[in-house]
Design a protein around this ligand. Structure first.
Ligand SMILES: C[S@@+](CC[C@H](N)C(=O)[O-])C[C@H]1O[C@@H](n2cnc3c(N)ncnc32)[C@H](O)[C@@H]1O
Length: 282
């Protein structure tokens, strides 16, 4: 059985206000890419998503480790939720009852995720899921928003969402929301095949068109893709505005970064240019 609820903390007008502020400060924050769900459906998620498929492969290869996670899950950024659902399926087989919070600024992704959870509950009558969707920004939540989950929690951030933030910012957020012994699980892109990735982005006409629509700019504008080696990230620029970036991080470097914020690495799995790492908050 599925119990579900959505808590709304942000609306479209506030997001478009934020976009105007971002343009003034010449840096567009990553949530803007997802502010209009129809664009994501028709473009960004429609081409081959090798990172997500590899995350799913890794989850299934390491199902025994995944099934040990506490059945109180917080997902940061649902998108289409494929990796999230795969993880949840591995856990629910063992636990039967799972409590889940899903955070996203895009309500359509939350609604779609509810539908996926419903489908899982139809697979076995013994399955019980309590789900709360939070339509809001990760950076604007309070730790008390997670009090609905009792006991030890697993904080999960898939799809290289982490790579769209400065690490001091995203780890600062995760550090604030986690309790001692909580688990952090991250799926991210590694620094293998950097040059190929720039070409994949730069030559993807649908992606370039999507970005221009997402930030409401003319289709005649040109986007410039660059490698910023110092920050280990691929950046996209329009004139002097940094439209976004995606970090590609060496797995060993990631462990060192996470350690600074009180997370101890307990497991890691890599394949191609995808990594999944599991940490415990100490
Ligand atoms: C890169 S996608 C990954 C989606 C999914 N986890 C996956 O692996 O396919 C990032 C997701 O996080 C959401 N998101 C990005 N920045 C956010 C923020 N600051 N607060 C809340 N949600 C955010 C987006 O709407 C999008 O659904």
């Amino acid at each position: 059985m599925l119990n579900k609820k959505i808590i709304r903390k942000i609306d479209a007008s506030r997001l478009s206000e934020k976009l105007k502020e971002n343009i003034k400060t010449k840096y567009i924050e990553s949530e803007q890419w997802y502010a209009q769900s129809n664009l994501n459906y028709t473009c960004i998620f429609s081409s081959y998503i090798s990172h997500t498929l590899t995350e799913i492969t890794l989850l299934n290869k390491h199902a025994v480790s995944i099934a040990k996670l506490p059945p109180n899950l917080i997902f940061y950024g649902l998108g289409f939720g494929y990796s999230e659902i795969e993880l949840l399926k591995l856990l629910i087989k063992k636990n039967k009852k799972i409590d889940v919070i899903g955070i996203d600024i895009q309500e359509d992704f939350i609604t779609g995720f509810i539908q996926s959870l419903n489908n899982i509950c139809y697979e076995d009558k013994k399955y019980n899921i309590d789900f709360v969707g939070i339509k809001g920004l990760f950076q604007e939540l309070q730790k008390t928003d997670f009090d609905i989950l009792k006991g030890r929690k697993a904080h999960i951030i898939f799809g290289n969402t982490i790579g769209n933030f400065k690490y001091e910012k995203i780890f600062g957020i995760l550090n604030k929301y986690t309790n001692k012994t909580d688990i952090l699980l991250m799926g991210f892109q590694t620094d293998n095949f950097f040059e190929k990735k720039v070409r994949q982005y730069q030559d993807n006409a649908m992606l370039n068109s999507f970005i221009k629509k997402a930030i409401n700019t003319s289709k005649d504008k040109t986007l410039i893709w660059k490698v910023n080696e110092k920050e280990s990230q691929i950046e996209v620029w329009m004139d002097d505005i940094l439209i976004g970036y995606s970090k590609k991080t060496n797995p060993v470097e990631m462990i060192k970064t996470a350690e600074k914020y009180g997370f101890k690495n307990i497991e890691m799995f890599n394949e191609n240019s995808t990594a999944i790492q599991i940490y415990e908050k100490i």
